[in-house]
Every structure is written in structure tokens, then in C-alpha cells.
Write a protein that binds this ligand. Structure first.
Ligand code: FAD
Length: 506
């Protein structure tokens, strides 16, 4: 058993864990990042089937044009100049369709372009379109770090964060189709009609309207470059190290233990995994039962089933946009999956590769799926590092689900039918096992417009030297998670100091 001492131990090498690793190592801290999987990156991981590359999570990045928010953050991390990305279709990076409607509604990049591309479909709704953009902008402006501004104000108490996304959009237009088009971005945050705040919708969608980019050859490059840069500053980043115990003494964490018996002593511990998962690593007497109950009881966003199709090379065009299809009359019903019921929506992505820039080698099709569907097999576990068997019943369920999604996709894109070489899929159990995400949640904690503080998770916990980072602390997505890493590290370095440093470097 090794016993090592660090200033900071970070549990999880997802985007936030790696970003914290970079920030703190570059500030001279002795840092160790422990990742349970063989591959770093969490939701940035990729995998291949028949030599065809698929993303497990990230399909596109927003705010990445020079001078924009993510571009500035990634410049500070010194990864911008290494990334292989390509800007998506300016006139429609997302395209939205509905059952029984022949139109394909484009979501365009650039505020004026966004309006001009939708106006032909909604000629009387210019005012509503302008209002929608202005309201999104107003919401984003409330979060200083969204635009890399330094302010000490507590935006979380702002009463306008209590505006409900669906209701607020409904005040802007009476046109039910336009309401659906403006609400369709809910697939990017797993929004719920009765719960999701408008500011979440705004923060996520606004950055793509600013600019939308596809990673060439997968999103794992972000993790690869971040890890390399953090290591250059002296961070140790160890894969295949699964944490299963936080050892506390006199109310402080003294060390972190991994399943292989190693122990890592630390002055500060940062957890990038879901806070409810972290509770399982802390002995019952070491954490107040009320805190444990609260974190374990918070509602998470729905899980996902994703179909991955390997295609005949050079036969199906690469789509320079994402295709979001809805089979519901109200888009907000799409995220209330009905276990075993008809498919309500799908999100289709064509990964972009350098060897085939004009044709798709594969296609990924995501659809929100209730964890209840896989509950009968939840005692099984299977990842590359900890392999296990899944029951026959599960494999049969998976096949039925694959067929259901495939039918819906082929109905929309009949040419695909003869071009599929092989079919693969990931399920809520895959998400749960690879990310330690409770019930396979896609985007982490569900925000609540009525009572924002009830689901707010601060970077500081009740244990003074235990911090949290990642999508559950701020907002999910590449930009939101990057802001979370800054908020977490600001607890150790000082907010003004860190923000000014990032501003200066970008
Ligand atoms: C299917 C899907 C599609 C998405 N598409 C997009 C998109 O197109 N654009 C976008 O901007 N965002 C997208 N997102 C959201 C974005 O990918 C995530 O919000 C972000 O990557 C989460 O980063 P994180 O660091 O918070 O957490 P994670 O990526 O979940 O990282 C947590 C890390 O902790 C590790 N860990 C957990 N338990 C342990 C343990 N016991 N010991 C050691 N390590 C542990 C995990 O293995 C993981 O590496 C998508 C997410 C999903 C799931």
C-alpha cells in the first residue's frame, strides 16, 4: 500500500477535475487527480466500433469563436491552439422537426442571423424572436463568470432566476410552433415543463447561438490536452484509480483511499463525481445525516439511451448540424419518457472525422430514457476496468430499444436503411457505471425555478477542506462546467485573483 501526501487530491478526471488540476498545479500546488476509468475525461470519453469513432457525451461546443467566453477560458488553459474543431452550419447548427410538419426549423449562429433564418417560417413573429434573444442575453448577463467578468455579487438570490422556462417562452408568443422551436433546446438540459428555470435554458442555448463548433475526431482531445498541460505543471493524473473512501478525522478529510488499497493524504480534497455518489465514501458518523439525506434526495435529470450506428464509408453525408426530432405536440413532453411507451423524440449527431470530412462514418442517436426501464438489471456492473456480465433479459431489452429508435430514425432518413454496417448502444446503466452518475443521470442535478436554493450545491461543503466541482455545482455543459472549476479553485486561490489571471491570459 502506497501512502502519499498532496496539497490537493481531486477525485475524478472529468472536465472539471482536469481543469481544477490545471489551475491548481499551475499555481504551484502539489496536485493529484484520481480517475476510476481507463480513459480520462468523464463525459468527454470516446470509443470506437469497427474503427469508427463515437463520442459518449459532447457533440458540439458553444462560445468558441475568438473573443467569446469558452474561447477565452480554453486560451487560459492553453488548449485552444491545439484543438481540432470546425464551425458548424452558420444558418442552422441545430435543425428541428416535428411529426406531421414538413418544415425543418433552423437555429442559426449569430443573433441577427438567428432571427432572419426563422422569420420566413414565422413572418409575424419578429418581435417575439427579438424578445427571446434579448431575454436570454439578459439572463446570461446576470452570471458574471459566464462572460468572464469579476464581480462579488450573489446572483443566486436574484428573483428573476425563478422564472420558469416554458412559461416565460409562452409569454413571448402565442404561436404554438414557435413556442416549440424556442423551447426545443430543452434537450440540451433535460428540461421539465414544471421545473426548469429560464436561466438554464438561456445559459445553454445562448452560447451555441454565439457560435457552434464540432470537434474533429472526438471530444476526448479536450481531456487529452488539458491532462498534458496539467502534467507539465507537475500534476499527477492517475487512471484506473477508483476512490471508495474519504477518511475523516476531527471533522476534516485527511486522506482518500482507492479500491486497490492505496491511500492519498491531502490538505484539500476536491470531488468531481456526483455529490450523492460521494456520500457513499463517507462513514455515517462523519457527515451530518441531514446533509447526506439532502444530497442523496435531490432530483437528477433524466437518463439517456444512445444508439450508435456504424455506416458504410462514403455513402451518407456528414450533417453540419444536429437534428432534433419531436413526436410530441408540446416539446416539453419529450423529456417525460414513458417506460416502454412510444418514442417521443430523438437527437441525431454525425461525428466529424478528419479522414472523412464530407461523409458520416457513424451516427449517434440519443433519446431520454427513464432509468426505471433498466432497474431490473441494476445489480449488474460493466465497464472496461471492472468487467461484469449483464443478464440475457437486459440484452433483449437493449435490442428492442435499438429497434425502436432505429425505426424512428429510418422513418425520417430512409436512405440510412441500406447503409448500416453494425448497431451498438449505451443505456442508463452504461452512464451510471462509467460516470458513477446516480440512475444514469445525463446532466446531473435538476434545477428548480420555484426554489433555486433547494437544489443549489456550493463548491464548499460542511467539511472545511472538502470541495465540490463539476456540472452539479454550476451548470452542466462544457462552458458551465468550466465555470464550476473556476468557482471551486476560487475557494482556494481567491476569486478576484483567479478571474484577473484568466482575463489576462485570454
Ligand atoms: C450524452 C451526453 C451528451 C452531452 N452533450 C454535450 C454537448 O454536446 N455539449 C456540451 O457542452 N455538453 C454536453 N454534455 C454535458 C457535458 O458533457 C458535461 O456536463 C460535462 O462533461 C461534465 O463534466 P464533469 O467534470 O462535471 O463530470 P463528469 O464528466 O461526469 O466527470 C466525473 C468524473 O469523475 C469520475 N469518477 C466518478 N466516481 C469516481 C471514483 N469513485 N473514483 C475516481 N473517479 C471517479 C468519473 O469517472 C468521471 O471521469 C453532454 C453530456 C452527456 C452525458
Amino acid at each position: 500500500m502506497k501512502d502519499r501526501r498532496f496539497d490537493v487530491v481531486i477525485i475524478g478526471a472529468g472536465l472539471a477535475g482536469l481543469e481544477c488540476g490545471y489551475i491548481l498545479a499551475s499555481e504551484g500546488k502539489k496536485v493529484c487527480v484520481l480517475e476510476k476509468n481507463a480513459q480520462l475525461g468523464g463525459s468527454l470519453q470516446v470509443f470506437s466500433r469497427h474503427k469508427t469513432l463515437f463520442d459518449t457525451g459532447v457533440h458540439y461546443l458553444g462560445g468558441l469563436a475568438p473573443g467569446q467566453n469558452l474561447h477565452r477560458y480554453f486560451t487560459y488553459f492553453d488548449i485552444m491552439r491545439h484543438l481540432k474543431v470546425r464551425r458548424m452550419d452558420l444558418d442552422g447548427f441545430d435543425r428541428i422537426t416535428f411529426d406531421g410538419d414538413a418544415n425543418e426549423y433552423p437555429i442559426a449562429q449569430g443573433k441577427e442571423n438567428f432571427i432572419q433564418r426563422l422569420l420566413p417560417f414565422f413572418p409575424k413573429e419578429e418581435k417575439a424572436l427579438r424578445l427571446f434573444l434579448a431575454e436570454m442575453q439578459r439572463m446570461c448577463d446576470k452570471f458574471p463568470l459566464y462572460y468572464l467578468r469579476y464581480e462579488e455579487r450573489d446572483e443566486l438570490r436574484d428573483p428573476e432566476l425563478r422564472m420558469n422556462a416554458r412559461d416565460h417562452i409562452a409569454t413571448m408568443t402565442k404561436d404554438p410552433v414557435l413556442r416549440n422551436v424556442l423551447g426545443a433546446g430543452l434537450v440540451l438540459h433535460g428540461g421539465k415543463a414544471e421545473r426548469t428555470p429560464f436561466h438554464i435554458h438561456a445559459q445553454v442555448l445562448n452560447s451555441y447561438i454565439d457560435s457552434a463548433y464540432r470537434c474533429v475526431d472526438g471530444g476526448s482531445q479536450i481531456a487529452k490536452h488539458l491532462a498534458r498541460n496539467a502534467r507539465q505543471h507537475g500534476a499527477e493524473i492517475l487512471a484506473r484509480k477508483e476512490v471508495d473512501r474519504l477518511v475523516l478525522d476531527k471533522g476534516r478529510v485527511v486522506s482518500v483511499r482507492t479500491t486497490d488499497g492505496d491511500e492519498f493524504r491531502a490538505d484539500t480534497v476536491i470531488c468531481n463525481a456526483h455529490p450523492a455518489t460521494m456520500m457513499d465514501w463517507i462513514e455515517s458518523g462523519d457527515m451530518r445525516p441531514a446533509t447526506r439525506r439532502r444530497l442523496k434526495g435531490l432530483e437528477n435529470t433524466v437518463s439517456t439511451f444512445t444508439l450508435h450506428l456504424v455506416l458504410e464509408m462514403g455513402r451518407f453525408p456528414y450533417f453540419d448540424h444536429n437534428h432534433y426530432h419531436f413526436a410530441t405536440t408540446d416539446v416539453w413532453d419529450a423529456v417525460a419518457p414513458d417506460p416502454g411507451g412510444p418514442l417521443r423524440h430523438f437527437m441525431l449527431f454525425t461525428p466529424l472525422t478528419s479522414r472523412s470530412p464530407s461523409h458520416a462514418e457513424g451516427i449517434s442517436v440519443m433519446t431520454f430514457t427513464d432509468y426505471k426501464e433498466v432497474e431490473p438489471w441494476e445489480d449488474s456492473y460493466n465497464t472496461v476496468t471492472r468487467q461484469g456480465a449483464r443478464a440475457t433479459g437486459y440484452l433483449e431489452w437493449k435490442e428492442r430499444k435499438e429497434e425502436q429508435v432505429l425505426r424512428a430514425v429510418i422513418a425520417r432518413f430512409p436512405a440510412l436503411k441500406d447503409l448500416i454496417r453494425s448497431v451498438h448502444s449505451s443505456t442508463p446503466l452504461t452512464m451510471r457505471d462509467y460516470l458513477s452518475a446516480p440512475r444514469g443521470t445525463t446532466y446531473g442535478l435538476h434545477r428548480d425555478h420555484e426554489d433555486p436554493m433547494s437544489v443549489y450545491v456550493a463548491p464548499r461543503t460542511k467539511v472545511p477542506n472538502l470541495l465540490l466541482t463539476g456540472q452539479n455545482v454550476n451548470v452542466h455543459g462544457i462552458l458551465g462546467v468550466t465555470v464550476s472549476a473556476v468557482l471551486t479553485c476560487a475557494e482556494l486561490l481567491g476569486k478576484e485573483y483567479l478571474v484577473r489571471k484568466i482575463q489576462a491570459a485570454s
